[in-house]
Write a protein that binds this ligand. Structure first.
Ligand code: KIV
Ligand code: ZN
Length: 403
């Protein structure tokens, strides 16, 4: 392992699993634009698509491999089912990249075996070995995923993982494909794998999870505590159904709470060394780009990148933040690339925020005038959702200067 692997590896699947989201289809140029921004963001691996899925996907993966897959850039990966034709197509699509990965998968839960694959456990076991070896004939960097791992019978899962590692898989990815598991269960699953799969230390343990119960990020953090070192995630958490674990939430949780996570990575509690290679100041820009190009809006109260994530409306909060922003802010807006936090003036705002904004607009009012203006401000606040700077200027001019 190089020194980077002691950090948490960020595997971005916005362009593969993220794009598997109703209405999110991207054209090749748009994918390339996003891939370039993901490289600026500092993700370690870009899953650029599923090369065998369509000629367009193949082309997108190839163009990203050629353009973004430089020796200083991220690893470029393509997904492939555990089939010869998929793996060959993935290998062809990524071949221009300096660092290449094939990510192959097959389901391991009984429900998937019976209804989807119509295969026995022993068939899945031998396909795993055969297809990982085949993928290994193209590149050394092979990721294997037992799809629906979180609902698979643990003993069978261990056998499949052992087989994948023996055949040369260097990353073992554990998907919670249907977002069913809870944090303590997911943590226990990772621990079970570490304790029971022979030669597990030859591979990096990765996690992949969907957000059907809103638990994907919490599950991943518990997985990190139990030995997972690669997180598969998407910008804004886009993806199948309720989406994937959100990159920005994971990265900022690991950053803001690094003292909590440090010991799980064998570091001293107070170490300030970053836990990921992400340039957090690129987060907001990347979120806006993905939202604009996919057309998928970010909900206002979305953690980290929602428009309200750094906004304060209530008077008590505004007053606190103006005195010391740590009263109601656990991180600086600048950390994710915003200029500043946002004090939103509305009916819940207090006198301190009102006075501060008037001062910023160049109005120095006497105490008496401020009181009069504040009464009028509250009346306007009852009628409007947000009071803009224009409203404030009009209000002060009407109420004070004409008096
Ligand atoms: O959700 C899932 O199981 C996947 C796999 C292909 C990793 O996306
Ligand atoms: Zn998925």
């Amino acid at each position: 392992m190089d020194t980077k692997s002691e950090r948490i590896i960020i595997f971005d699947t916005t362009l593969r699993d993220g794009e598997q989201c109703p209405g999110a289809t991207l054209n090749i140029d748009e994918k390339l634009t996003i891939a370039k921004q993901l490289a600026r963001l500092g993700v370690d691996i870009i899953e650029a698509g599923f090369a065998f899925a369509s000629p367009g996907d193949f082309e997108a993966v190839s163009r990203i491999a050629q353009t973004v897959g430089t020796s200083e850039g991220p690893v470029i990966c393509s997904l492939a089912r555990a089939r010869h034709e998929d793996i060959k197509s993935a290998a062809d699509a990524i071949k221009a990249a300096a660092k290449q990965r094939i990510h192959t998968f097959i389901a391991t839960s009984d429900i998937h075996l019976e209804y989807k694959l119509k295969k026995t456990r022993s068939e899945v076991l031998s396909i795993t070995g055969e297809m990982v070896s085949y993928a290994k004939s193209f590149t050394d960097d092979i990721e294997f995923s037992p799809e629906d791992a979180a609902r698979s019978e643990p003993e069978f899962l261990y056998q499949v993982l052992e087989q994948a590692i023996a055949a040369g898989a260097t990353t073992i990815n554990i998907p919670d494909t249907v977002g069913y598991t809870t944090p303590s269960e997911f943590g226990a699953l990772i621990k079970g794998i570490k304790d029971n799969v022979p030669n597990i230390d030859r591979a990096i343990i990765s996690v992949h999870g969907h957000n059907d119960l809103g638990l994907a990020v919490a599950n991943f953090l518990e997985a990190v505590k139990n030995g997972a070192r690669q997180l598969e995630c998407t910008i804004n958490g886009i993806g199948e159904r309720a989406g994937n674990a959100a990159l920005e939430e994971l990265v900022m949780a690991l950053h803001v709470r690094r003292q909590y996570f440090n010991p799980f990575l064998g570091r001293s509690t107070n170490s300030e060394e970053p836990l990921t290679n992400i340039d957090t100041q690129q987060i907001y820009k990347t979120s806006r780009l993905v939202s604009n190009l996919t057309g998928l809006l970010v909900q206002p109260n979305k953690a980290i990148v929602g428009t309200n994530a750094f906004a304060h409306e209530s008077g008590i909060h505004q007053d606190g933040v103006l005195k010391n922003k740590r009263t109601y802010e656990i991180m600086d807006a600048q950390l994710i690339g915003l200029n500043t936090n946002k004090i939103v003036l509305g009916k819940h705002s207090g006198r301190n925020a009102f006075r501060t904004r008037l001062k910023e607009l160049g109005f120095e009012l006497s105490e008496n005038d401020l009181n009069k203006a504040f009464v009028r401000f509250k009346e306007v606040g009852d009628k409007k959702k947000e009071i803009t700077d224009w409203d404030l200027e009009a209000l002060v001019n009407d109420e004070i200067q004409q008096a």
